[in-house]
Design a protein around this ligand. Structure first.
Ligand SMILES: [Zn+2]
Length: 487
């Protein structure tokens, strides 16, 4: 489809519907009135809302695809309830692929898991369930045969045997993983997503080239590179923003991802003040090493994306950007010293943030950064200090759904009645939409025809509706990647 008109399209906050003329993958014109060119396909949006296509700026795509194909057992209050979840999925199971469940908490169960109980609901379908803390697996007899392990009557393995079996579960044929990635990408397109920055921790070029050669066309992908692969990437002529696959135009080289600290929940985020239990967390790369990497990245045309969560880590990252004389991104930017807020904008460092984590980690932040959480996830303060924000999920840590991020960023609350957390740090809806669309605040002639069509006005729907925004269609370069019955 080289040419298409979206008629009756409304832009949030703008007067009256317009016609969007899409040609060769771009927005070629915007007109009002009824005179449409003859011989061109027209899709009537009937007054629906159109916004620039949404991006998720931080995902781990393979991990997300694996995650969505595992049964969630976190809600099972008994071994029997976990078995019931497994039973309800048994009919759809493919015996060549082991069924995997995750998140059970057997320490809280009043009943005792047994091999017999799991066999009764799974039959010959190999099934392995992994505990919430990953230190225990519960498997059935078919899985015991497949992986040559010998559990006792409990069907449980703990510690090293559990870890070893879990590692085996990750070894799936490419064809299986690729099919799951495609399914996850289509689900993302159905939520209005046109592109992702994939930080899968591996050499990611060949898997994506293979998927695209096999017909993957649901999303644009900027595939990140890790320092251990930087010289390999440079020798292949790769640089951030450059197309890897000229044929489809979907795959580009992403940023160079550099991790310099840990995480809040493991108390390894590197912080200025000590944690209540002691220690400042971990700086996993020295300042000189980081400076060297940024210099090398800059010279080779790579945009650095530095993972920094604690306030001391963010300070180290900003110092390194300043000394290297280049801009880039900081991934997470969860905890920032007040005096560092303006440095993001001054240095040209984008804050790539995951607003859902602010609510997931609210209690962990209060206990580990007591009295200081007014500068935790400081979204509005960053914006007001001149920073560019880019929203993402860090899927599978949070679901790959931009509306969850937009909702968290703008309300700082969940519909759980708890009340908002530091509501002064909420972004406006327009700010959150712009930060989810690579800085595009509206649709302009010359833009790529990457568009998201909504059934409601994202600037005025109630908060509860924003979190589950109904998406009518998604277009990538003028082609429907999701079409909820419109076209
Ligand atoms: Zn990540």
């Amino acid at each position: 489809m080289t040419e298409l008109v979206l008629a009756g399209a409304r832009q949030p906050g703008a007067a009256g519907p317009v016609n969007l003329h899409l040609r060769y993958g771009a927005v070629a014109g915007i007109s009002s009135g009824g005179d449409l060119p003859a011989g061109v396909e027209v899709v009537d949006l009937d007054g629906r809302y159109v916004i620039p296509g949404l991006w998720d700026e931080h995902v781990h795509m393979t991990q997300w695809a694996l995650h969505t194909n595992r049964l969630d057992l976190s809600g099972a209050a008994t071994a029997g309830a976990a078995a019931a979840v497994v039973r309800s999925h048994a009919s759809a199971a493919d015996p060549s692929i082991t069924t995997v469940g995750v998140g059970f908490r057997d320490a809280l169960w009043p009943d005792v898991p047994t091999l017999e109980m799991l066999d009764a609901v799974t039959g010959n379908q190999p099934t392995v369930l992994i505990s919430h803390d990953l230190h225990c697996v519960w498997l059935n007899s078919a899985a015991a045969r497949r992986y040559s392990v010998e559990p006792d009557v409990s069907g449980l393995l703990r510690e090293e045997p559990a870890f070893a079996l879990t590692r085996e579960l990750g070894k799936l044929p490419d064809s299986v993983v690729d099919a799951w990635v495609l399914e996850s990408a289509r689900d993302a397109a159905a939520r209005g997503v046109v592109g992702v920055v994939d930080f899968e921790m591996t050499w990611n070029r060949e898997p994506w080239l293979r998927r695209i050669a096999d017909g993957f066309d649901a999303l644009r992908v900027d595939a990140g590179v890790y320092p251990e692969d930087l010289e390999r990437a440079v020798s292949l002529g790769m640089r951030t923003g450059q197309e890897v696959d000229g044929g489809s135009g979907l795959l580009r080289t992403g940023p160079l991802k550099v991790l310099i600290d840990g995480s809040l929940n493991t108390r390894t985020a590197y912080c200025v003040d000590p944690y209540p239990h002691g220690g400042h967390g971990l700086l996993t790369v020295s300042e000189e090493e980081l400076l060297g990497l940024l210099g090398r990245a800059g010279a080779a045309g790579f945009v650095p994306a530095v993972h920094a969560i604690g306030d001391a880590a963010n300070q180290v990252a900003l110092d390194a950007f300043e000394r290297a004389g280049i801009g880039g991104r900081i991934e997470h930017a969860q905890f920032i010293r007040i005096q560092d807020l303006p440095r993001f904008g001054q240095l040209g460092v984008t804050a790539s943030v995951q607003p859902v984590h602010a609510l997931d980690d609210r209690d962990a932040a209060e206990s580990n950064w007591p009295g200081r959480t007014d500068r935790a996830f400081p979204l509005r303060s960053l914006l007001h200090a001149g920073a560019t924000l880019a929203l993402g999920s860090d899927a599978p840590v949070a679901p790959l759904d931009p509306w969850a991020a937009i909702s968290s960023a703008t309300t700082r609350a969940r519909p759980d009645g708890r009340g908002p957390w530091h509501p002064a740090e909420a972004m406006t809806r327009q700010q959150a939409l712009t930060a989810s669309a690579r800085g595009r605040a509206g649709i302009r002639v010359g833009d790529p025809a990457d568009l998201t069509v909504l059934d409601a006005d994202p600037l005025t729907v109630p908060d509860a509706a924003l979190a589950i925004m109904p998406v009518a269609a998604t277009l990538l370069a003028g082609r429907f990647t999701f079409d909820g019955g419109l076209a």
